[in-house]
Write a protein that binds this ligand. Sequence first.
Ligand code: PMP
Length: 418
Amino acid sequence: MVVRAETTNSPVDAAAVREQFPILARTVHGRPLVYLDSAASSLRPRAVIEREREVAETLHSNVHRSAHTLAAETTAAFESVRDRVAARINAPAREEIVFTRGATEGLNMVARCWGEKHVLAGERIVLTRMEHHANLVPWLQLARRTGAEIAFIELTGDYRLDLDSAARAINGNTKIVAFPHASNVLGTVNPVAEIARIARDAGALSVVDGAQGAPHRSVDVQALGVDFYAFSAHKMLGPTGLGVLYGRRKLLDDMDPWMTGGEMIERVTWDGASWAELPHKFEAGTPHIAGVITFAAALDFLDELGMDAIAGHERAWTDYALAKLGELPWVTIYGPRDAHERTAAISFNVDGVFADDIAQLLDADGVAVRSGHHCAQPLVESFGVPATVRASGYLYNTLEDVDTFVESLHDARRLFEN
Ligand code: PMP
């Protein structure tokens, strides 16, 4: 399927890959679409779109309920994706894979179902200064409800986690250390195994927000030594409204469900209920069946390319984009300059111009970027600005996309000079 590039440092021929993403054939304001917003949501290849249609045409039924053939086939297809995801992240057991609505739900579930049961007043929850709101607000709420204290792992001057600060923040009183695999604002990829080890040595659990990790790196939860890892399908070529929470079986077993109803029970009487086995006790109601089955096609696509090749492509792309932006004295970049230490999500500002204005002018040229606080308001405000522009690349972005984007940036700035 994929042709290897020979003319760039990338192991992926992004020009060939992009042919497989129908939406990239469309125009925006009369210009070819340059999509640089994959950190918000990635595009979907033809194989995923076709699989979705095929599922609707051949497999529609509820799961885990009826005995008819369609239901049995749909249930088998649905459950096979759980096996697939478990194998992909090297989870010891399929029961440790819970389908959620997204990373947000997975992280909230841990805070609610594990946190409320185990975190006591005066105990410590350690977070980082680069949290997305999805891995910040649930813990702040938990601390408010329980009387626990929050401590933060600080950033270094070059936008990485300060591991000395981590060693200081994570003490014997710490119950939970929650941190992102990679920052959606800075692009920084964190040393997950090392932080998880510091947490473990202190007797704390590690909870990883993998929303910006799983789409860009292969993940081995056992090698990383993490207790929980949450991610979203829509950032890795899959459907919206679907995510995965991995949790160690012992911990999931020890958690009560936060949502109750159909399919998550073992037995119900007029005055009570007992819970189904893992993972079903956390999957109340009818799940995103078509989404789960379709997700397998997204994983096929990623695996065919190979996560190492994808990371290599992103490195080459980011290297080029950072070099181009680095030539512009009027651009401030927020994030590590070494493409080896980061993803392709690049946040920046143009001197004297509002981030929203830049994003709007780029959009007029067909270049899709995000502006704002990127659901990481305290982090972005710590730069002394209310917002940044974020251009985020993925496996279908070419170096020509960078050229178009930078050219458009020049034009935008020129407008504000006059
Ligand atoms: N964490 C990070 C780092 C993210 O980038 C995102 C998505 N913006 C989330 C969590 C939440 O993901 P979702 O909206 O898919 O639940």
